[in-house]
Design a protein around this ligand. Structure first.
Ligand code: SF4
Length: 187
């Protein structure tokens, strides 16, 4: 990434964190917003939320931080059914600890449509932050990933299992030719 973008990203991240409300998702949202502004990740401005929701997120997690809450207008969505399924899966497992779980579910769903590793498409600093995101916001779902499968693969595998569809080529992960695709390093 261009050096100017990296310093823009780091500066915005530091500013956001200086205004953090002290809530569990502050740091994760700050990484996403700063990365998006620096041109990293797959999220649009507003993180894929409506302008109203993004403004509410800023007010709740970074009170006093002056940033225009712009959200990109959505285009015709050819993957609407897929999005609905991913969003439904996440919401079904939300922790119900705080209102930002709903925003997080929408943002993660948006990022699932990207092409890189999910933590990268979200603009997080590493995969560990995505694991933290899942545990904090969707604990019952995170707990099912007991073998630490790649998160996007894991989410889609849950959907297949819900539908009774087995997309795996092998009955067991241990002997599957796709093992590294599902469990290999995400860097
Ligand atoms: S390793 Fe193979 S069997 Fe296991 S989830 Fe991946 S594709 Fe399915």
């Amino acid at each position: 990434m261009h050096r100017q973008n990296i310093s823009l990203q780091q500066g915005l991240y530091a500013e956001l964190m200086a205004h953090a409300a002290g809530l569990p998702n502050d740091e994760l949202f700050a990484q996403m917003i700063a990365s998006q502004h620096g041109g990293a990740g797959a999220l649009p401005s507003g993180l894929g939320l409506t302008g109203k929701d993004f403004a509410a997120l800023l007010a709740r997690h970074f009170p006093g931080f002056g940033m225009a809450a712009q959200a990109e207008a959505g285009s015709a969505d050819q993957r609407a059914l897929e999005r609905d399924d991913v969003l439904g899966l996440l919401l079904e497992h939300r922790a119900y600890d705080n209102m930002s779980e709903q925003w997080m579910a929408e943002i993660v769903t948006y990022a699932c449509m990207g092409n890189d590793h999910l933590w990268q498409d979200l603009g997080l600093h590493s995969r560990e932050y995505l694991s933290r995101l899942m545990v904090q916001n969707f604990p019952a779902l995170a707990a099912k990933n007991e073998h630490d499968m790649k998160w996007k693969k894991f989410l889609y595998k849950q959907l297949c299992e819900q539908e009774g569809v087995n997309v795996c080529r092998s009955p067991s992960c241990e002997y599957c030719a796709d093992y590294l695709n599902c469990f290999g390093p995400e860097e």
